[in-house]
Design a binder for this molecule. Structure first.
Ligand SMILES: Cc1cc2nc3c(=O)[nH]c(=O)nc-3n(C[C@H](O)[C@H](O)[C@H](O)COP(=O)(O)OP(=O)(O)OC[C@H]3O[C@@H](n4cnc5c(N)ncnc54)[C@H](O)[C@@H]3O)c2cc1C
Length: 425
């Protein structure tokens, strides 16, 4: 999220500084929606590729591998976009502004087109809400200037709004003195959990097999013949992709211990005043407040105005962590809400969730071959900004697996430092 752009600022200082399990019944529902295929009896079979993890990265990787004609088994321990997965939230921002980081601007633009085409194909256009994205900064910000250059270079529609224009267009926002913004009219919000489940259902419809199983950590080296499930079942394939999000270091500890650092990230939805449309699209777009580190969304589907802090929280275990937001985090979110959106003063908390970022030391994804296995690929490290890139990451990962060629230096394991200190920032 905002961390990507903040990273550009912080890089100079070289600091680090990033359910409900879906029941068998629900999975059968996904499979049934996809035409009755899906839950597979894996014993004795072998696939071209097994993808572990049905979050946004694994779902799109499996989808792409199948589109390339490969036999694919997709495995997940709790279910596609389950409530503990990083992809399991209601909504995720898709924006193009990334400071000077043109790679991600291009990835995001490509992904937006693919998300929209996909949702159109499966008859679910509502899973992308074109709310526009408003990136608020203070005055002449270097990252905003770099974002503008990148948007221009990639010919992505955008507007620069000065303080006066910002106040005129969005009277419900208490614009800071000297504030300005970039507005991206094509960007918006992805309805995350349902979007991933739609990708998995479509992948199954296209022939991907799906199984609920927990895969045991990798312990050997060389060429991997089979993964083992917690129940002792071997899952055989020619190649394997581990797209395990915040669990990646648990599944591939030798490669990733200390290199994926999950942090606790609460998200709040505040109830809007009755009969008031100021906090819904199109009056209010998806927004990011760069100075304060908060971001959020207008009231989508009546859930309330979303507010979240992009600062990394404490270390968090995705399996065992309790998902009750702390009183301090709620008080901070409410204080920000009431300052930036005065019409929301006194708004009740309508809903809250706790998710986790799966940070790498530099905020860049890991898409690389496992150093100990010639036929195992790692795909993760979304670092709080990965969701939007799902289609491009799936395409990129599938290509690496199929061609076996080198990955972009920024996505390599070697570019990720071990995070020694369990810091909060
Ligand atoms: C609060 C919050 C807000 C965010 N906001 C944004 C945003 O606005 N925009 C944006 O682009 N990104 C955002 N992100 C980041 C984005 O959601 C993540 O980067 C992305 O969802 C990561 O997807 P993933 O597929 O790598 O991991 P996950 O979604 O976590 O999927 C991993 C899957 O692997 C499975 N798995 C793990 N281990 C095993 C095993 N041993 N055996 C079998 N299965 C296993 C899990 O069950 C899980 O389903 C946000 C994240 C959070 C937490």
């Amino acid at each position: 999220m905002i961390a990507r752009v903040r990273r550009a600022r912080r890089q100079d200082r070289r600091t680090f500084l990033g359910t409900l399990g879906v029941s068998t019944l629900a999975l059968r529902g996904v499979a049934a929606a996809a035409g009755g295929q899906g839950v597979s009896a894996a014993a004795g079979k072998s696939w071209d590729v097994i993808v572990v993890g049905a979050g946004v990265f694994g779902a799109w990787t499996a989808w792409q591998l199948r589109a390339a004609g490969r036999s694919v088994l997709l495995v997940d321990q709790y279910g596609p976009a389950n409530a503990r997965a990083s992809s399991g939230g209601e909504s995720r921002v898709i924006r193009m502004s990334y400071g000077a980081d043109e790679t991600y601007t291009r990835f995001s633009w490509r992904s937006l087109a693919k998300w929209k085409a996909f949702f159109g194909d499966v008859g679910r256009p509502e899973l992308f809400q074109r709310t526009g994205v408003l990136w608020m900064t203070k005055g002449e910000d270097a990252n905003a200037a770099a974002s503008l250059r990148a948007l221009e270079a990639s010919q992505i529609p955008h507007e620069r709004l000065d303080e006066r224009e910002l106040r005129k267009r969005y009277p419900q926002i208490a614009v800071i003195d000297g504030g300005s913004a970039i507005f991206e009219p094509e960007s918006g919000a992805l309805l995350a959990r349902r979007a991933v489940q739609a990708v998995v259902a479509d992948a199954i419809r296209r022939g991907v097999e799906y199984q609920v199983a927990a895969v045991e950590p990798l312990a050997g080296e060389g060429r991997l013949e089979a993964l083992r499930t917690a129940g002792g079942e071997p899952l055989r394939a020619g190649a394997f992709v581990l797209a395990c999000g915040p669990w990646l270091a648990k599944v591939a500890p030798r490669a990733l211990a200390g290199r994926i650092f999950p942090t606790r990230q609460p998200v709040f939805f505040f109830g809007v005043p009755k009969g008031d449309t100021r906090f819904s699209a199109p009056a209010l777009p998806t927004w990011l407040d760069f100075g304060q580190g908060f971001y959020g969304m207008p009231d989508i589907e009546g859930r309330g105005l979303k507010v979240a802090n992009d600062q990394h929280g404490p270390e968090f275990d995705p399996d065992t962590g309790e998902r009750v937001p702390g009183a301090d985090a709620l008080a901070e979110a409410r204080a920000f809400l009431e300052e930036r959106f005065p019409g929301m003063r006194g708004a009740p908390l309508a809903e809250a969730r706790v998710c986790q970022y799966e940070n790498t030391s530099n905020g860049d994804f890991v898409i690389d071959r496992h150093p100990g296995y010639e036929n195992v690929w790692l795909c993760g490290g979304g670092s709080g900004h990965g969701f939007k890139h799902g289609p491009a990451v799936g395409e990129y990962t599938a290509e690496r697996v199929l061609k076996g060629d080198a990955t972009d230096p920024r996505f390599t394991l070697a570019s990720k430092q071990t995070i020694q200190k369990r810091s909060v920032h």
